[in-house]
Design a protein around this ligand. Structure first.
Ligand code: F3S
Length: 754
């Protein structure tokens, strides 16, 4: 396997000096996050303290991981960077393109056939440029990374927003766009605004129905979808040490739902057990040698208020299971209050489907605990009232839980095992009847529950809970059921109660797998050919974007003023569009089709200022492009939250949108826009959003003296001849202004590699 023990040795060798230098520079004890970040500075040892939430800092990540939907564009970009091999160990994981329909084997065969062109492309590029390639069916990126590559104290970036999953094993793991992955694979430093730090002190110990998932469901309720923006969430305390490594992974994974840059736990006995359990005793031995650097300093954890920007405390002994949703992961309900909420809000109480697994919750522990409930259903003569699916996170987990009989147990309860892939979690779900758009409820152990995400039906009320709660609910078929207190009527008409779930953190017989689905790269890749058919509708080689013309941008048409939530799913929808992730022109036909137009409250219907008619957003924009007219998109708060996909930035850039002006941005999306040479601007006064009118022609003034920290002016030329001049802000530093001027970050890389 492409596991690089020498790389880890080299990383740990730098720790003592670099951390000591950081302690001196900062002048106080350090959190774990600070230790890892300062140990990965691309400049080497720290000579100054960075300001949290303000300083832009260059880092040298140890690894890159990419999933197949995002890898296509990242690698198409990397191919333009002019290198023979990737600069750091990197992997590709084929997990997003497999549609769930009937069950694992048939769905996987169908996907291999349907996506052959893409898999062949990814496999050959990986082979040529030295990347590890995980074939379709091998598993979901974050689970495979946790099992094989994550290591305490490491730093990695991944082209998927749930990359922080590896924080469960003490790694600073951050979700980025393909353009960032391309930079790091090309050997360039990776820039990040030095994060703020949120400390979560865990006390006590989980028991009964409560699980690690409930920790993050509760944290999401406290911090909301924006509360972690620009921050790393560091968990510590005796409660943290009581959680399994995979449970920690679940918590870190879902930190993405509060907008956190990443989340992390320190190295402890549970991490060591997991490393040894996954055949990495050598890594555990190395980690034990630098143990004191793989956790925050004692003083920090003893007096957290002095060292973190915000501190939250949760007592695991008192934690109730939670159910979050619908439509947003931060609407948190303790289970004792959930039935009342269902009734009060008139959410459909009948549960149609319960789905467990995904990258978030498919550890051995999760599956074994859920299976203990499935076994009870069988033993107590209960028939599951809802459909029930199981998505294993990796072939290693699937093989092991099959060996240990859990898959059979689920089968006896009527469960269907899906492929080791994202499937319903990313909208790859051929759900029967979804097209009727009926109001209905589902519950998953996934991480996201935005409208339409799982099945494309805007009326599907999707709730998120632990695999245990999902399983109990699927047995009951009723969202008002509380498994902690309520009984169910079995097939004999008797009242029975489910006992608390039980399970094992790690398999007693160890993990096993026959074929993990890994392909190592060629030793020497120069003779490997990468073929992209010019006629392909799924892959398209890239053309560089045009550099800035050197003047202010005048006469931009307002393309859309988006109202309310505008996530990357609204900007570049997933589901059926995933097939075009490697073809910029074709995927651009989904640009902003999910955003709500503030003037008519409709989606995908905006006024074409040249014709006065309403049309679909991409069509109207293509019309402007034909006429060589630039445009601007206006948005609300936290614009671009959700996934890391750079398509959401590349599509508007490709179609000729010049600027995105919003009340506030989600971090990854803002960076992605900058990388693509787009202007990402925010209102100095958010109320100015209301001044934008539908027929506005807009000028952006001040670009000739575009400089860090200096605001720009936007002139709104209204149709009635009146004007407003407003101040807009940006967060570009000097380097990023260079990207804007060159037309994209990649244009600059190419220059440097020449
Ligand atoms: Fe895949 Fe869902 Fe995770 S899409 S990577 S399983 S969040």
């Amino acid at each position: 396997m492409a596991f690089d023990i020498e790389m880890i040795k080299a990383v740990y060798a730098k720790f003592p000096e670099r951390i000591e230098a950081a302690r001196k520079a900062v002048g106080k004890p350090l959190t774990l996050t600070e230790k890892i970040l300062y140990a990965h500075l691309s400049q080497g040892e720290a000579s100054e303290a960075f300001e949290r939430g303000a300083s832009y800092v260059d880092f040298q990540p140890d690894r890159v991981a990419m999933q197949d939907a995002t890898a296509q564009m990242a690698l198409l970009q990397f191919m333009q960077a002019g290198r023979d091999q990737v600069a750091v160990p990197s992997t590709v994981h084929c997990d997003h393109l497999i549609q769930a329909e009937v069950g694992a084997t048939a769905d996987l065969d169908k996907a291999k056939d349907k996506n052959r062109e893409v898999y062949d492309f990814l496999s050959s590029v990986s082979n040529k440029y030295g990347l590890g390639f995980w074939k379709p069916g091998a598993g979901i990126i974050h689970q495979v990374v946790l099992e094989n590559y994550a290591f305490p104290g490491g730093m990695m970036i991944g082209t998927d927003s749930h990359t922080p999953n590896a924080g469960g094993l003490g790694m600073v793991a951050i979700g980025v766009g393909g353009a960032d992955a391309c930079d790091v694979m090309a050997g360039l430093p990776w820039e990040l605004k030095f994060p703020k730090l949120i400390g979560v002190k865990l006390t006590g110990k989980l028991s009964g129905w409560a699980s690690a998932k409930d920790v993050i469901l509760k944290v999401a309720g406290i911090l909301t979808v924006k509360g972690g923006t620009g921050a790393v969430v560091e968990y510590f305390g005796e409660g943290a040490r009581n959680l399994s490594a995979t449970g920690k992974g679940t918590i870190c994974n879902m930190g993405a739902e509060i907008g956190a840059t990443t989340s992390i736990f320190g190295y402890d006995e549970k991490s060591e057990a997991y490393l040894r359990g996954t055949d990495r005793a050598d890594v555990a031995d190395l980690a034990n040698g630098v143990k004191e650097h793989l956790t925050g300093d004692d003083e920090v954890y003893n007096n957290p208020e002095q060292y973190f920007d915000q501190v939250i405390e949760i007592n695991l002994s008192e934690l109730e299971p939670h159910i979050n949703g619908p439509f947003t992961p931060d609407l948190a309900w303790p289970i004792s209050k959930f039935a009342e909420a269902v009734k009060k809000h008139d959410w459909p109480a009948k549960l149609e489907v319960g789905l467990i697994g995904s990258c978030t919750n498919s550890s051995y522990e999760d599956i074994s605990r859920a299976a203990s409930l499935a076994q009870q259903a069988v033993d107590k003569n209960l028939k599951a009232k809802s459909e029930y699916t199981i998505t294993p996170g990796s072939e290693q987990v699937r093989f092991t839980v099959e060996r240990d009989g859990f898959l059979d147990t689920f089968g006896s309860m009527g469960g269907v095992v899906l492929a080791n892939a994202c499937g319903p979690c990313i909208g790859q779900w051929a759900r029967h009847g979804a097209e009727k758009k009926e109001k209905n409820s589902i519950i998953t152990s996934f991480n996201r529950n935005f409208a339409k995400r799982a099945d494309g039906n805007p009326n599907t009320h999707s709730f998120v809970a632990s695999p245990e709660i999902v399983t109990a609910m699927a047995i009951a078929g009723d969202l008002t059921f509380n498994p902690l207190t309520d009984t169910l009527t079995n097939e004999n008409g008797e009242q029975v109660k489910l006992d608390e779930p039980t399970g094992l953190e790690l398999p007693t017989k160890g993990f096993a797998v026959e074929d993990a689905g890994y392909q190592a790269p060629a030793e020497e890749g120069s003779s490997v050919n990468v073929i992209v058919d010019p006629q392909s509708e799924r892959l398209q080689l890239l053309e560089p974007f045009q550099p800035w013309e050197g003047t202010d941008l005048n006469g931009l048409k307002l393309l859309i003023k988006a109202k309310g939530k505008c996530t990357t799913d609204h900007i570049s929808m997933a589901g059926p569009w995933l097939r075009f992730r490697g073809h910029l022109d074709n995927i651009s036909n989904n640009m902003l089709i999910g955003a709500v137009n503030a003037y008519n409250e409709e989606t995908n219907s905006v006024k074409n200022q040249l014709t006065g008619e309403y049309g679909e957003v991409p069509a109207v924009q293509r019309h402007y492009k034909q006429h060589n007219i630039g445009s601007i998109v206006v948005g609300d708060e936290n614009y671009g939250e959700g996934s890391s996909r750079e398509h959401a930035a590349m599509e508007p850039r490709f179609l000729g949108v010049r600027a995105i002006l919003v009340k506030s941005f989600a971090r990854i999306h803002e960076t992605n826009l900058k990388k693509q040479g787009m202007l990402a601007l925010t209102f100095a006064n958010p109320a100015d959003y209301d001044l934008i009118q539908e027929d506005d022609n807009i000028d952006i003034v001040g670009l000739e003296s575009f400089a860090p920290g200096k605001s720009l002016t936007v002139v709104l030329n209204h149709a009635d001849g009146s004007k407003n001049e407003i101040e807009v802000l940006h967060t570009y530093n000097q380097g990023q202004i260079g990207w804007f001027k060159a037309g994209s970050a990649l244009n600059l890389i190419k220059e440097k590699n020449k």
